[in-house]
Write a protein that binds this ligand. Structure first.
Ligand code: CA
Length: 225
């Protein structure tokens, strides 16, 4: 995108149901994308902070559905009729990690230097890959690479992908796993191998700075989170 708008939003929410890390990438004309991403973050924060404790994954899914309800309502205003947002979120609840997503923002797990994508993009090109019509390597450069098949706000009945994982302590001498949540602004410029190397070599803070710098140096025209 060539504008000065930042349509990415992120937040960390401490709630009775657990600790949530949230990344959103909004879309939809004029300031619609910024608004949708911000509405989603605000709705999720409010929902998680104000409701009594529930299992983390359930709380996270409900909060995302609440964000969807609010954005669907706001879209009845003509000026925001096209707005929506992706989400990728991680909820830490005791020994359990829940990862939820809608759209093409991604979660990756880096373990002992190897990277694995935990989420499956809700995109037109991902469907083509799954049907064997294009190769995975062709997906990002496809002219319709950024067309989403699912977004928060696009319809009242939203399906949220949710996966649960166990968390355990690293053994002495073992490197801890790293979880990466990002928008397409990052992974369209920085390869998975580079992400794996940077988060394995650097502190989380410094790896984030390096990844964003790398994406910008490559002409990243999109927002990067
Ligand atoms: Ca983006």
């Amino acid at each position: 995108r060539s504008s000065d708008l930042n349509e990415d939003r992120y937040a960390v929410v401490e709630s009775p149901s657990g600790l949530a890390w949230i990344v959103c990438d909004g879309m939809g004309g004029a300031t619609g994308g910024e608004l949708a991403a911000q509405l989603a973050i605000d709705a999720i924060r409010r929902d998680l902070e104000n409701l009594p404790p529930r299992p983390g994954g359930e709380a996270l899914r409900d909060a995302i559905l609440e964000a969807n309800r609010i954005i669907v309502l706001r879209r009845q205003n003509q000026a925001f009729a096209q707005m929506g947002t992706t989400i990728v979120a991680a909820m830490f609840d005791g020994p359990e990690l829940s990862v939820a997503h809608v759209g093409d923002s991604r979660a990756y797990l880096v373990r002992e230097g190897a990277i694995q994508q935990l989420t499956t993009d809700h995109t037109f090109v991902q469907d083509l890959v799954e049907r064997g019509q294009i190769k995975i390597e062709e997906a990002l450069s496809h002219p319709q690479a950024h067309i989403l098949t699912r977004a928060i706000g696009s319809e009242p009945a939203l399906e949220v992908d949710l996966n649960r994982y166990w968390i355990w302590d690293a053994e002495p001498g073992e490197r801890p796993d790293v979880l990466v949540l990002c928008t397409d602004g990052l992974y369209s410029q920085v390869s998975e191998i580079e992400v794996a190397a940077l988060v394995s070599e650097e502190s989380p803070q410094s790896a984030c700075v390096r990844m964003v710098e790398l994406a910008k140096a490559r002409g990243g025209f999109d927002n990067i989170s």
